[in-house]
Design a protein around this ligand. Structure first.
Ligand code: NOJ
Length: 746
């Protein structure tokens, strides 16, 4: 069967390459080759390239069951497929494409969000590492595995800024900050695309969801956004711009409307900003069905109008709505959509197929030997463990309860996450047949540290999300019989992610009650929280001596957590998003404006911007995260207090490790522009350095600030800086900073 397939493939490939060789007989640039193909195409074939359908592997949206896809591929009516699994399957469909008149290869896309087979921490967790090289490497490996499995294109990175943890997709991005988000967007695009499209282990990146999807009102997925141009430019667009500048091959538009115009039909967003101001040369794919969904938005009457609006607004490929394939030809014939609009979209798509090398060899990503090798590459697990431990954030460590000694005689492991398997992988991970065997549970991770000398007791205590308390007694008994308790709780795999918005951010079910029951035993307790978003757990934060936020860490979760628990790795993660005290504070983020009536503290409430029944401060601020060591900041100094024009400013701060462990610290630089022609945030992250500082050692960290770092979108939305007074701040998180004022003249 395999041999028969190969022979068939070779013949088809032979035919295709002979055909394209004759078309490209002379040395031509990619654009010339694209044009020579375009010239041969009928209108229907062009529209076919703009049409993308799902396969039947993983449903990542509402599936429409209609027609025989293979016969449509054969007719040249499909340009791309998503949700197709593996070399075998992709080859079968590519063979069908090679039977079409023009033999234009298909593009296979997939949501490879935080790993393909080897699962890495969810992107929000990875962002907590503040380690750009590690983040890039994780995307690199995801691309290597996916491309070995026949995938050409990942629908990642999601670069939506998210300030509302109720929004389920907060897990899929880099958090709340446009500066950190932009650097991470760049790292992920570079990681996915590697040395460039055309390399066998590179996949096309897709910056999504363009734009402002993360600002969904009320944190409810797919909801409208109420977006001023100021917020759009200042907060939501920067990571997209960074992704475009890093060479992202594609963009995906978003489900939401932006001030009344759905993103999919939004000419200003797609044509003026993306393809105009940013000169983006790749193509834009719609989100799943978002072209047709403009009908439900109430923006168009039917799919015919939807196709008209989306095509003219610059949506190049229709994912799953069938509006283009059913209506675009008529619209072109009626002159409502110009042929040049269709040609531009098809050119963009074909260009990527050329760059990926698919016209040279449509089966170049269909190599079983490579698939098998990358599928089982042990190096990938090593990297996954490394980034997983770097993603863990130490929220509390009273009396140095952590790290746990490996000589501990007995440990009680309690909670629904101790032996959980796929919950560690989190949303956007697929179920491969032997996955469960590969995922390292917390139990196994701890066991491999303690060996057989220590007694390990287990009690599940409760489920993740129900009200059954019958396991509490067993948990209390296990705790009572042990020297120390490790209690692992959190959100199930499907509680954060697409369409997983929550109005209640508390630890689900009766998990916090379980923690209370166990703490009542008087035993020392370490709580681990695995989740895709910031949760609310005030009782735990106030009463439990040691807490690690362990996100959803992926395949190597158990090993990575054990590395941190037992001190083989000193935690260095910092929160990329503010943790609220309660849902009533949401949205809460560090880089807010000052307002005319800021509260000076929590007692300052009368006629102040405050709550009468709640603190204005978060539970844990942006940039927060502890270490087993202690870092003290001193000597914040600036090279000058008065500057003029484009001269650079040097900012230095000394960081001393006064603890008894070597450790890494993320030194953060914030700036406030004190008076602006439009109001400026109370502080904005403008730089950070993650560095190892040995115990007892002091290091002086220097940042160079230029006028570029002072720029913002002014009243006319011009990106520029203004002379005046600035506050320069450096510290261990966004709240605890040293500060100095400077003047900068034009
Ligand atoms: C809808 C999601 O919003 C998008 O992020 C994803 O890439 C597509 N479905 C395809 O699965």
């Amino acid at each position: 069967m395999f041999l028969k397939n190969r022979i068939k493939t070779c013949c088809l490939f032979g035919l295709a390459s002979i055909m394209w060789l004759s078309v490209f007989s002379q040395r031509k640039t990619i654009d010339q080759k694209v044009d020579s193909v375009l010239k041969l195409m009928t209108l229907e074939e062009k529209i076919g390239q703009m049409n993308q359908y799902t396969g039947d592997w993983a449903a990542t949206g509402p599936i429409t069951k209609d027609g025989n896809k293979q016969s449509q591929i054969r007719k040249g009516l499909i340009g791309s497929m998503l949700n197709i699994k593996g070399v075998d399957h992709t080859r079968t469909l590519q063979e069908v494409a090679m039977q079409s008149r023009l033999k234009i290869p298909l593009l296979f896309g997939q949501d490879v969000i935080h790993g393909y087979r080897t699962i890495f921490p969810v992107p929000l967790g990875e962002a907590a590492s503040w380690d750009l090289a590690a983040i890039e490497l994780s995307a690199r490996i995801a691309a290597t595995e996916a491309s070995a499995s026949g995938i050409h294109w990942t629908f990642a990175p999601m670069v939506d800024i998210a300030r509302d943890p109720r929004w389920g997709r907060v897990m899929e991005g880099a958090g709340e900050d446009p500066y950190l988000g932009s650097l991470i967007a760049r790292a992920r695009v570079t990681g996915f695309q590697g040395k460039g499209l055309g390399n066998i282990n590179s996949v096309m990146a897709c910056a999504k969801h363009f734009a402002a999807y993360g600002a969904a009102v009320g944190g409810r997925d797919y909801n409208s956004v109420d977006m001023s141009l100021r917020q759009l430019y200042e907060t939501y667009l920067p990571p997209f711009k960074a992704a475009a500048e890093a060479g992202a091959a594609t963009f995906m538009n978003s489900f939401n409307d932006i001030n009344g115009i759905p993103a999919t039909g939004n000419k200003y967003i797609q044509r003026d900003i993306l393809k105009g101001q940013w000169n983006f040369k790749g193509f834009v794919v719609s989100d799943w069905g978002s072209i047709g969904e403009m009908i439900q938005h109430g923006y168009v009457k039917d799919n015919y109008e939807a196709a008209l609006s989306a095509a003219n607004a610059g949506s190049d490929m229709d994912m799953e709505s069938r509006s283009y394939i059913n209506h675009l030809a008529k619209l072109v014939k009626e002159g409502k959509v110009k042929m040049s609009v269709v040609d531009d979209a098809v050119r963009r798509i074909l260009r990527k197929k050329f760059e990926m090398g698919l016209f040279d060899d449509p089966y170049r990503f269909c190599n079983e030997t490579r698939e098998k090798a990358e599928w089982n590459n042990p190096e990938h697990l090593t990297v996954a463990r490394d980034i997983a431990k770097k993603s863990i954030v130490l929220l509390k460590n009273e009396k140095q309860l952590l790290p746990v000694s490996k000589q501990t005689k007995s440990v009680a492991l309690i909670g629904p996450f101790v032996k959980a398997v796929s919950d560690h992988n989190g949303f956007w991970s697929y179920d491969w047949p032997d996955d469960t065997a590969r995922i390292v549970t917390l139990w196994d991770g701890v066991k491999s540290k303690l060996g057989t000398d220590a007694k390990m007791l287990y009690a599940k205590g409760c489920n993740i999300n129900d009200s059954n308390r019958t396991g509490f007694q067993q948990a209390v008994d296990a705790a009572t019989a042990a020297d120390i308790v490790i209690l692992s709780v959190g959100e199930a795999r499907d509680m954060s992610g697409e369409a997983k918005s929550r109005s209640n951010l508390h630890l689900p079910g009766v998990q916090e009650e379980l923690i209370q029951a166990v703490v009542a035993t008087g035993k020392p307790v370490v709580v681990l929280i695995s989740a895709g978003r910031p949760l609310v757990f005030n009782w735990t934060a106030d009463h439990v001596p040691a807490i690690l936020y362990t996100w959803w860490l992926g395949t190597e979760a158990g090993n990575a957590i054990a590395d941190v628990l037992f001190g083989d790795y000193n935690p260095s993660g910092k929160l990329p998003i503010t943790f609220p005290r309660t849902e009533g504070q949401v949205p809460i983020y560090y880089n807010h404006y000052n307002t005319g009536r800021p509260a000076r503290n929590d007692s300052d409430k009368l006629y102040r911007s405050a709550y009468i029944d709640l603190s204005i401060y978060p539970k844990f601020p942006f940039g927060y995260g502890l270490s087993y060591s202690k870092f003290e900041y001193s000597n914040l100094s600036v090279s000058k207090t008065s500057l003029k024009g484009n001269e650079p400013l040097k900012v230095s701060v000394t960081v001393t490790n006064t603890g008894s462990f070597d450790g890494e610290e993320v030194v953060q630089l914030y700036i406030r522009d004190l008076v602006g022609s439009v109001v400026r945030p109370v502080k904005e992250l403008k730089g950070f350095q993650k560095l190892m500082i040995k115990k007892g050692e002091s290091k002086t960290v220097t940042f160079t600030v230029t006028t570029n770092d002072l720029k913002f979108y002014n009243d006319a939305l011009k990106y520029d800086w203004e002379a005046g007074e600035f506050e320069i701040m450096a510290g261990t998180n966004s709240t605890d900073v040293l500060s100095k004022k400077i003047n900068w003249a034009k």
